[in-house]
Design a protein around this ligand. Structure first.
Ligand SMILES: *Cc1c(COP(=O)(O)O)cnc(C)c1O
Length: 462
Protein backbone atom coordinates (compact mmCIF):
# COMPACT_ATOMS: atom_id res chain seq x y z
CA UNK A 1 0.00 0.00 0.00
CA UNK A 2 1.44 3.35 -1.08
CA UNK A 3 0.60 6.86 0.09
CA UNK A 4 0.55 9.96 -2.11
CA UNK A 5 0.30 13.66 -1.25
CA UNK A 6 -2.83 15.71 -1.96
CA UNK A 7 -0.57 18.28 -3.63
CA UNK A 8 1.15 15.81 -5.90
CA UNK A 9 4.75 16.92 -5.31
CA UNK A 10 5.99 14.87 -2.33
CA UNK A 11 7.68 11.45 -2.34
CA UNK A 12 5.36 8.43 -2.35
CA UNK A 13 5.66 6.67 1.02
CA UNK A 14 4.79 3.43 2.78
CA UNK A 15 2.24 3.39 5.62
CA UNK A 16 5.00 3.53 8.21
CA UNK A 17 6.84 6.46 6.63
CA UNK A 18 3.61 8.38 6.03
CA UNK A 19 2.71 7.82 9.69
CA UNK A 20 6.11 8.90 10.99
CA UNK A 21 6.30 12.04 8.87
CA UNK A 22 2.72 13.36 9.29
CA UNK A 23 2.60 16.29 6.85
CA UNK A 24 3.95 15.73 3.34
CA UNK A 25 6.95 17.84 2.29
CA UNK A 26 4.94 19.71 -0.35
CA UNK A 27 2.57 20.92 2.38
CA UNK A 28 -0.06 18.36 1.40
CA UNK A 29 -1.59 15.45 3.29
CA UNK A 30 -0.95 11.77 2.65
CA UNK A 31 -3.80 9.63 1.30
CA UNK A 32 -3.76 6.00 0.14
CA UNK A 33 -3.13 5.62 -3.57
CA UNK A 34 -6.24 3.43 -3.79
CA UNK A 35 -8.86 2.46 -1.21
CA UNK A 36 -9.05 -1.26 -0.33
CA UNK A 37 -12.49 -2.78 -0.75
CA UNK A 38 -14.52 -4.86 1.66
CA UNK A 39 -17.24 -6.96 0.07
CA UNK A 40 -20.69 -7.42 1.59
CA UNK A 41 -19.53 -10.85 2.77
CA UNK A 42 -16.42 -9.36 4.40
CA UNK A 43 -18.59 -6.82 6.21
CA UNK A 44 -21.17 -9.41 7.25
CA UNK A 45 -18.35 -11.49 8.73
CA UNK A 46 -17.59 -8.64 11.20
CA UNK A 47 -20.85 -9.40 12.99
CA UNK A 48 -20.23 -10.52 16.56
CA UNK A 49 -16.47 -9.85 16.55
CA UNK A 50 -14.76 -7.84 19.30
CA UNK A 51 -13.83 -4.22 18.57
CA UNK A 52 -10.19 -5.28 18.32
CA UNK A 53 -10.96 -7.97 15.75
CA UNK A 54 -12.98 -5.53 13.65
CA UNK A 55 -10.12 -3.06 13.93
CA UNK A 56 -7.64 -5.62 12.65
CA UNK A 57 -9.74 -6.59 9.61
CA UNK A 58 -10.64 -3.02 8.64
CA UNK A 59 -7.15 -1.53 9.00
CA UNK A 60 -4.96 -4.44 7.88
CA UNK A 61 -5.05 -3.75 4.11
CA UNK A 62 -3.94 -0.13 4.64
CA UNK A 63 -0.87 -1.06 6.65
CA UNK A 64 0.83 -3.18 3.97
CA UNK A 65 4.00 -4.89 5.15
CA UNK A 66 4.91 -2.23 7.72
CA UNK A 67 3.87 -4.64 10.52
CA UNK A 68 3.32 -8.40 10.61
CA UNK A 69 -0.20 -9.70 11.31
CA UNK A 70 0.83 -10.88 14.72
CA UNK A 71 2.50 -7.60 15.73
CA UNK A 72 -0.34 -5.51 14.37
CA UNK A 73 -2.96 -7.53 16.28
CA UNK A 74 -0.87 -7.24 19.44
CA UNK A 75 -0.51 -3.44 19.10
CA UNK A 76 -4.28 -3.08 18.60
CA UNK A 77 -4.92 -5.13 21.73
CA UNK A 78 -2.60 -2.94 23.76
CA UNK A 79 -4.06 0.29 22.36
CA UNK A 80 -7.58 -0.42 23.61
CA UNK A 81 -6.79 -2.31 26.82
CA UNK A 82 -6.98 0.90 28.90
CA UNK A 83 -10.52 1.81 27.85
CA UNK A 84 -13.22 1.92 30.50
CA UNK A 85 -15.78 -0.09 28.47
CA UNK A 86 -15.48 -3.61 27.05
CA UNK A 87 -17.33 -2.68 23.87
CA UNK A 88 -14.82 0.22 23.39
CA UNK A 89 -17.41 2.12 21.29
CA UNK A 90 -20.85 1.23 22.67
CA UNK A 91 -24.04 2.27 20.89
CA UNK A 92 -27.04 3.54 22.85
CA UNK A 93 -30.47 4.47 21.54
CA UNK A 94 -31.72 8.07 21.78
CA UNK A 95 -34.98 7.92 19.83
CA UNK A 96 -36.62 5.68 17.24
CA UNK A 97 -33.90 5.00 14.66
CA UNK A 98 -31.47 7.48 16.25
CA UNK A 99 -28.42 6.10 18.05
CA UNK A 100 -25.49 7.60 19.93
CA UNK A 101 -22.03 6.13 19.44
CA UNK A 102 -20.20 6.72 22.71
CA UNK A 103 -16.59 7.37 21.80
CA UNK A 104 -15.55 8.75 25.18
CA UNK A 105 -14.55 5.70 27.19
CA UNK A 106 -10.81 6.06 26.53
CA UNK A 107 -8.22 7.41 28.99
CA UNK A 108 -8.83 11.12 28.21
CA UNK A 109 -12.60 10.85 27.70
CA UNK A 110 -12.71 11.94 24.05
CA UNK A 111 -12.83 10.06 20.74
CA UNK A 112 -9.26 11.07 19.95
CA UNK A 113 -8.06 8.28 22.23
CA UNK A 114 -9.14 5.75 19.58
CA UNK A 115 -6.52 7.01 17.17
CA UNK A 116 -3.91 8.30 19.56
CA UNK A 117 -3.62 5.19 21.73
CA UNK A 118 -3.03 3.13 18.60
CA UNK A 119 -0.56 5.62 17.11
CA UNK A 120 1.44 5.55 20.37
CA UNK A 121 1.84 1.79 20.03
CA UNK A 122 2.64 1.95 16.30
CA UNK A 123 5.29 4.67 16.81
CA UNK A 124 6.89 2.79 19.70
CA UNK A 125 7.13 -0.40 17.65
CA UNK A 126 8.39 1.23 14.44
CA UNK A 127 10.94 3.51 16.13
CA UNK A 128 12.21 0.74 18.40
CA UNK A 129 12.80 -1.52 15.40
CA UNK A 130 14.61 1.30 13.53
CA UNK A 131 16.60 2.46 16.57
CA UNK A 132 15.39 6.04 16.02
CA UNK A 133 13.80 8.73 18.13
CA UNK A 134 11.47 11.57 17.11
CA UNK A 135 10.13 14.83 18.47
CA UNK A 136 6.36 14.92 18.30
CA UNK A 137 4.86 18.38 18.19
CA UNK A 138 1.11 18.79 18.18
CA UNK A 139 -1.32 21.70 18.21
CA UNK A 140 -4.55 21.30 20.10
CA UNK A 141 -7.81 23.01 20.88
CA UNK A 142 -7.86 20.70 23.89
CA UNK A 143 -8.57 17.07 23.18
CA UNK A 144 -5.82 16.14 20.73
CA UNK A 145 -3.15 17.34 23.13
CA UNK A 146 -4.38 15.42 26.12
CA UNK A 147 -4.90 12.30 24.02
CA UNK A 148 -1.37 12.60 22.54
CA UNK A 149 0.25 13.13 25.93
CA UNK A 150 -1.64 10.18 27.37
CA UNK A 151 -0.58 7.97 24.45
CA UNK A 152 3.12 8.93 24.40
CA UNK A 153 3.92 9.61 28.06
CA UNK A 154 6.88 7.56 29.21
CA UNK A 155 7.57 5.97 25.79
CA UNK A 156 11.29 5.54 25.10
CA UNK A 157 11.75 6.94 21.62
CA UNK A 158 9.63 10.06 21.71
CA UNK A 159 9.50 13.56 23.18
CA UNK A 160 6.03 15.07 22.97
CA UNK A 161 5.41 18.85 22.88
CA UNK A 162 1.84 20.12 22.82
CA UNK A 163 0.90 23.69 21.86
CA UNK A 164 -2.46 24.82 23.20
CA UNK A 165 -4.09 28.26 23.17
CA UNK A 166 -3.56 29.81 26.61
CA UNK A 167 -6.84 30.31 28.47
CA UNK A 168 -8.95 28.71 25.74
CA UNK A 169 -9.15 25.08 26.82
CA UNK A 170 -11.33 23.65 29.58
CA UNK A 171 -9.83 23.00 33.01
CA UNK A 172 -10.12 19.23 32.59
CA UNK A 173 -8.40 19.41 29.19
CA UNK A 174 -5.64 21.62 30.59
CA UNK A 175 -5.06 19.41 33.62
CA UNK A 176 -4.90 16.30 31.45
CA UNK A 177 -1.99 17.98 29.61
CA UNK A 178 -0.20 19.62 32.52
CA UNK A 179 -0.33 16.94 35.22
CA UNK A 180 1.59 14.00 33.69
CA UNK A 181 4.96 13.78 35.42
CA UNK A 182 7.01 11.97 32.75
CA UNK A 183 10.03 13.95 31.55
CA UNK A 184 9.28 13.36 27.84
CA UNK A 185 6.00 15.34 28.15
CA UNK A 186 5.98 19.13 27.55
CA UNK A 187 2.80 21.23 27.67
CA UNK A 188 3.21 24.69 26.04
CA UNK A 189 0.57 27.40 26.59
CA UNK A 190 0.76 29.69 23.53
CA UNK A 191 -0.46 33.30 23.61
CA UNK A 192 -2.88 32.96 20.71
CA UNK A 193 -5.78 30.94 19.29
CA UNK A 194 -5.88 27.31 18.22
CA UNK A 195 -5.40 28.43 14.63
CA UNK A 196 -2.20 30.25 15.69
CA UNK A 197 -0.96 27.01 17.26
CA UNK A 198 -1.85 25.07 14.13
CA UNK A 199 -0.19 27.68 11.90
CA UNK A 200 3.05 27.62 13.94
CA UNK A 201 3.05 23.83 13.75
CA UNK A 202 2.73 23.98 9.97
CA UNK A 203 5.55 26.56 9.89
CA UNK A 204 7.79 24.15 11.79
CA UNK A 205 7.04 21.38 9.32
CA UNK A 206 7.85 23.72 6.44
CA UNK A 207 11.12 24.77 8.07
CA UNK A 208 13.03 21.74 6.79
CA UNK A 209 16.28 22.51 8.55
CA UNK A 210 14.52 22.43 11.96
CA UNK A 211 12.24 19.59 10.91
CA UNK A 212 15.15 17.34 10.05
CA UNK A 213 17.39 18.37 12.96
CA UNK A 214 14.87 17.49 15.68
CA UNK A 215 13.26 14.68 13.62
CA UNK A 216 9.87 16.32 13.81
CA UNK A 217 6.83 14.06 13.67
CA UNK A 218 3.19 15.09 13.72
CA UNK A 219 0.21 13.41 15.28
CA UNK A 220 -2.42 16.03 14.50
CA UNK A 221 -5.49 14.85 12.67
CA UNK A 222 -3.60 15.37 9.42
CA UNK A 223 -1.69 12.16 10.22
CA UNK A 224 -3.11 9.43 8.03
CA UNK A 225 -2.77 6.78 10.75
CA UNK A 226 -5.21 8.75 12.89
CA UNK A 227 -7.82 8.90 10.18
CA UNK A 228 -7.40 5.19 9.63
CA UNK A 229 -7.96 4.26 13.29
CA UNK A 230 -11.24 6.19 13.21
CA UNK A 231 -12.58 4.24 10.24
CA UNK A 232 -13.07 1.23 12.52
CA UNK A 233 -15.99 2.46 14.60
CA UNK A 234 -18.03 3.32 11.52
CA UNK A 235 -17.85 -0.37 10.65
CA UNK A 236 -18.43 -1.71 14.17
CA UNK A 237 -21.51 0.48 14.73
CA UNK A 238 -23.02 0.03 11.25
CA UNK A 239 -22.67 -3.74 11.51
CA UNK A 240 -24.47 -3.68 14.90
CA UNK A 241 -27.36 -1.92 13.15
CA UNK A 242 -27.61 -4.37 10.27
CA UNK A 243 -24.96 -3.39 7.71
CA UNK A 244 -24.25 -4.44 5.01
CA UNK A 245 -27.91 -5.42 4.62
CA UNK A 246 -29.18 -2.08 5.91
CA UNK A 247 -27.91 1.40 5.07
CA UNK A 248 -26.89 3.65 7.96
CA UNK A 249 -26.23 7.41 8.20
CA UNK A 250 -23.84 9.24 10.49
CA UNK A 251 -23.78 12.72 12.00
CA UNK A 252 -20.38 13.90 13.15
CA UNK A 253 -19.55 16.96 15.28
CA UNK A 254 -16.78 18.36 13.12
CA UNK A 255 -13.85 20.74 13.38
CA UNK A 256 -10.83 19.63 11.37
CA UNK A 257 -12.85 17.16 9.28
CA UNK A 258 -10.73 14.18 10.43
CA UNK A 259 -13.41 12.13 12.11
CA UNK A 260 -15.98 12.54 9.36
CA UNK A 261 -13.37 11.93 6.67
CA UNK A 262 -12.82 8.54 8.31
CA UNK A 263 -16.53 7.88 7.69
CA UNK A 264 -16.06 8.80 4.06
CA UNK A 265 -13.20 6.29 3.80
CA UNK A 266 -15.46 3.62 5.35
CA UNK A 267 -18.01 4.39 2.65
CA UNK A 268 -15.39 4.24 -0.09
CA UNK A 269 -14.31 0.83 1.27
CA UNK A 270 -17.83 -0.48 0.69
CA UNK A 271 -19.71 0.20 3.93
CA UNK A 272 -23.28 1.14 2.86
CA UNK A 273 -23.43 4.64 4.38
CA UNK A 274 -26.36 6.74 3.21
CA UNK A 275 -25.51 10.28 4.41
CA UNK A 276 -22.49 11.72 6.22
CA UNK A 277 -23.67 14.81 8.07
CA UNK A 278 -21.24 17.52 9.15
CA UNK A 279 -22.34 19.28 12.35
CA UNK A 280 -20.56 22.54 13.20
CA UNK A 281 -20.82 25.16 15.91
CA UNK A 282 -20.79 28.90 15.14
CA UNK A 283 -17.34 28.46 13.56
CA UNK A 284 -19.04 27.12 10.48
CA UNK A 285 -16.64 27.30 7.53
CA UNK A 286 -17.58 23.74 6.54
CA UNK A 287 -21.31 24.37 6.70
CA UNK A 288 -20.92 27.58 4.70
CA UNK A 289 -18.84 25.73 2.14
CA UNK A 290 -21.12 22.72 1.72
CA UNK A 291 -24.26 24.86 1.60
CA UNK A 292 -22.96 27.87 -0.36
CA UNK A 293 -19.88 26.63 -2.21
CA UNK A 294 -17.45 29.21 -0.76
CA UNK A 295 -14.56 28.03 1.41
CA UNK A 296 -13.59 31.28 3.07
CA UNK A 297 -11.97 31.93 6.44
CA UNK A 298 -13.39 34.24 9.06
CA UNK A 299 -12.51 35.08 12.65
CA UNK A 300 -12.77 32.33 15.28
CA UNK A 301 -15.43 32.94 17.93
CA UNK A 302 -14.72 30.94 21.11
CA UNK A 303 -17.65 28.65 21.92
CA UNK A 304 -18.81 26.16 24.55
CA UNK A 305 -17.65 23.41 22.17
CA UNK A 306 -13.99 24.52 22.02
CA UNK A 307 -12.69 21.39 20.28
CA UNK A 308 -14.55 22.55 17.18
CA UNK A 309 -13.40 26.20 17.28
CA UNK A 310 -11.45 26.26 14.04
CA UNK A 311 -10.86 28.76 11.28
CA UNK A 312 -9.85 26.30 8.57
CA UNK A 313 -10.48 22.61 8.53
CA UNK A 314 -7.21 20.91 7.70
CA UNK A 315 -8.47 17.47 6.64
CA UNK A 316 -10.97 19.00 4.23
CA UNK A 317 -8.04 19.11 1.81
CA UNK A 318 -8.32 15.32 1.54
CA UNK A 319 -11.98 15.55 0.53
CA UNK A 320 -11.17 18.31 -1.96
CA UNK A 321 -8.46 16.13 -3.48
CA UNK A 322 -11.04 13.47 -4.36
CA UNK A 323 -13.69 16.04 -5.35
CA UNK A 324 -11.20 17.57 -7.82
CA UNK A 325 -10.50 14.19 -9.41
CA UNK A 326 -7.26 13.65 -7.43
CA UNK A 327 -5.58 16.59 -9.18
CA UNK A 328 -2.73 17.62 -6.84
CA UNK A 329 -1.99 20.76 -8.87
CA UNK A 330 -5.57 21.96 -8.50
CA UNK A 331 -5.47 21.37 -4.73
CA UNK A 332 -2.14 23.21 -4.38
CA UNK A 333 -3.71 26.15 -6.24
CA UNK A 334 -6.77 26.17 -3.92
CA UNK A 335 -4.56 26.07 -0.84
CA UNK A 336 -2.58 29.05 -2.15
CA UNK A 337 -5.88 30.93 -2.59
CA UNK A 338 -6.89 29.93 0.94
CA UNK A 339 -3.82 31.75 2.29
CA UNK A 340 -5.28 34.90 0.72
CA UNK A 341 -8.69 34.33 2.34
CA UNK A 342 -10.48 31.56 0.49
CA UNK A 343 -11.88 30.21 -2.75
CA UNK A 344 -15.05 29.14 -4.52
CA UNK A 345 -15.38 25.36 -4.94
CA UNK A 346 -15.97 24.46 -8.59
CA UNK A 347 -19.47 23.32 -9.52
CA UNK A 348 -18.31 19.79 -10.28
CA UNK A 349 -16.38 19.43 -7.04
CA UNK A 350 -19.27 20.81 -5.00
CA UNK A 351 -21.57 18.28 -6.58
CA UNK A 352 -19.10 15.50 -5.78
CA UNK A 353 -18.94 16.61 -2.12
CA UNK A 354 -22.72 16.85 -1.85
CA UNK A 355 -23.07 13.30 -3.09
CA UNK A 356 -21.79 12.20 0.34
CA UNK A 357 -22.05 15.11 2.76
CA UNK A 358 -24.85 17.18 4.29
CA UNK A 359 -24.26 19.86 6.89
CA UNK A 360 -25.83 21.87 9.68
CA UNK A 361 -24.74 24.62 12.08
CA UNK A 362 -25.79 24.98 15.70
CA UNK A 363 -25.76 28.18 17.78
CA UNK A 364 -24.63 28.39 21.39
CA UNK A 365 -28.25 28.69 22.62
CA UNK A 366 -29.33 25.68 20.58
CA UNK A 367 -26.42 23.66 21.95
CA UNK A 368 -27.46 24.35 25.54
CA UNK A 369 -31.12 23.70 24.73
CA UNK A 370 -30.22 20.34 23.18
CA UNK A 371 -28.28 19.30 26.30
CA UNK A 372 -31.36 20.18 28.35
CA UNK A 373 -33.80 18.31 26.12
CA UNK A 374 -31.60 15.23 25.66
CA UNK A 375 -31.21 14.92 29.42
CA UNK A 376 -34.97 15.16 29.92
CA UNK A 377 -36.24 13.09 27.00
CA UNK A 378 -33.43 10.78 25.87
CA UNK A 379 -31.85 9.92 29.20
CA UNK A 380 -28.45 11.12 28.02
CA UNK A 381 -26.18 13.77 29.45
CA UNK A 382 -24.38 15.10 26.36
CA UNK A 383 -21.17 17.11 26.11
CA UNK A 384 -21.62 20.30 24.04
CA UNK A 385 -19.93 18.79 20.95
CA UNK A 386 -22.12 15.71 21.03
CA UNK A 387 -25.18 17.92 21.55
CA UNK A 388 -24.35 19.75 18.31
CA UNK A 389 -24.35 16.40 16.54
CA UNK A 390 -27.66 15.33 18.07
CA UNK A 391 -29.34 18.62 17.12
CA UNK A 392 -28.22 18.51 13.49
CA UNK A 393 -29.10 14.81 13.24
CA UNK A 394 -32.61 15.42 14.58
CA UNK A 395 -33.11 18.28 12.11
CA UNK A 396 -31.82 16.54 9.00
CA UNK A 397 -32.28 12.81 9.41
CA UNK A 398 -34.45 10.58 7.27
CA UNK A 399 -36.60 8.67 9.82
CA UNK A 400 -36.46 5.54 7.67
CA UNK A 401 -32.64 5.23 7.85
CA UNK A 402 -30.88 4.54 11.15
CA UNK A 403 -28.88 7.59 12.18
CA UNK A 404 -25.78 7.25 14.33
CA UNK A 405 -24.56 10.44 16.00
CA UNK A 406 -21.00 10.35 17.25
CA UNK A 407 -20.62 11.39 20.91
CA UNK A 408 -17.12 12.78 20.77
CA UNK A 409 -16.45 13.58 24.45
CA UNK A 410 -17.64 12.66 27.93
CA UNK A 411 -19.82 15.36 29.55
CA UNK A 412 -17.41 15.57 32.52
CA UNK A 413 -14.80 17.05 30.20
CA UNK A 414 -16.97 20.18 29.82
CA UNK A 415 -18.74 20.37 33.19
CA UNK A 416 -19.56 24.10 33.18
CA UNK A 417 -21.63 24.08 29.99
CA UNK A 418 -23.30 20.81 30.92
CA UNK A 419 -24.23 22.07 34.38
CA UNK A 420 -25.54 25.34 32.98
CA UNK A 421 -27.87 23.46 30.64
CA UNK A 422 -28.95 20.54 32.78
CA UNK A 423 -28.37 21.54 36.41
CA UNK A 424 -26.21 18.44 36.76
CA UNK A 425 -22.45 18.66 37.29
CA UNK A 426 -21.16 15.48 35.67
CA UNK A 427 -18.54 13.73 37.83
CA UNK A 428 -15.28 12.41 36.37
CA UNK A 429 -15.10 8.62 36.14
CA UNK A 430 -13.44 7.09 39.20
CA UNK A 431 -10.19 6.27 37.41
CA UNK A 432 -9.36 9.99 37.11
CA UNK A 433 -11.23 11.44 40.06
CA UNK A 434 -8.09 13.02 41.59
CA UNK A 435 -7.29 15.10 38.48
CA UNK A 436 -8.07 18.38 40.25
CA UNK A 437 -5.55 17.65 43.00
CA UNK A 438 -2.52 16.77 40.86
CA UNK A 439 0.21 19.47 40.48
CA UNK A 440 0.48 21.17 37.07
CA UNK A 441 3.57 21.77 34.94
CA UNK A 442 3.38 24.09 31.90
CA UNK A 443 5.47 26.65 30.00
CA UNK A 444 3.86 29.82 28.67
CA UNK A 445 5.27 30.90 25.31
CA UNK A 446 4.73 33.65 22.72
CA UNK A 447 3.01 32.97 19.40
CA UNK A 448 6.37 33.10 17.67
CA UNK A 449 8.06 30.47 15.55
CA UNK A 450 11.65 31.01 16.62
CA UNK A 451 10.74 31.18 20.34
CA UNK A 452 8.95 27.84 19.99
CA UNK A 453 11.74 26.22 18.01
CA UNK A 454 14.37 27.34 20.52
CA UNK A 455 12.34 25.96 23.41
CA UNK A 456 11.80 22.60 21.71
CA UNK A 457 15.46 22.36 20.78
CA UNK A 458 16.50 22.96 24.41
CA UNK A 459 14.00 20.68 26.08
CA UNK A 460 14.04 17.62 23.89
CA UNK A 461 15.99 14.52 24.95
CA UNK A 462 19.23 14.37 22.97
C1 LIG B 1 -11.48 16.96 18.01
C2 LIG B 1 -12.90 16.98 18.44
C3 LIG B 1 -13.94 17.19 17.54
C4 LIG B 1 -13.68 17.47 16.07
O1 LIG B 1 -13.08 16.39 15.42
P1 LIG B 1 -12.42 16.60 13.97
O2 LIG B 1 -11.82 15.29 13.63
O3 LIG B 1 -11.42 17.69 14.13
O4 LIG B 1 -13.53 17.00 13.08
C5 LIG B 1 -15.23 17.13 18.00
N1 LIG B 1 -15.50 16.90 19.31
C6 LIG B 1 -14.53 16.70 20.21
C7 LIG B 1 -14.90 16.47 21.63
C8 LIG B 1 -13.20 16.72 19.81
O5 LIG B 1 -12.23 16.51 20.71
Amino acid sequence: MRYISTRGQAPILSFEDAMLSGLARDGGLYVPESVPQMSAADIRALNGLSYEEVAFRVMRPFVGDSFTDETFADLIARAYAGFGHNARAPLVQLAPNHFLLELFHGPTLAFKDFAMQLIGQLFQEALGRRGERVTIVGATSGDTGSAAIEAFRGLDNVDVFILYPHGRVSEVQRRQMTTPTESNVHALAVDGTFDDCQARLKDMFNHFEFRDRVRLAGVNSINWARVLAQVVYYFSSAVSLGAPDRRVSFTVPTGNFGDIFAGYIAKRMGLPIDRLVVATNQNDILHRCLSGGEYRTSEVHPSISPSMDIEVSSNFERALFDAYGRDGGAVAQLMAELKAGGFAVSQGALQALREHFDSGRVSEEETLATITVAQKTMGELLCPHSAIGVKVAEDLRNPAVPMVTLATAHPAKFPDAVEKASGIRPPLPNRMADLYERPERVTRVANDLSALETLIEERRTK
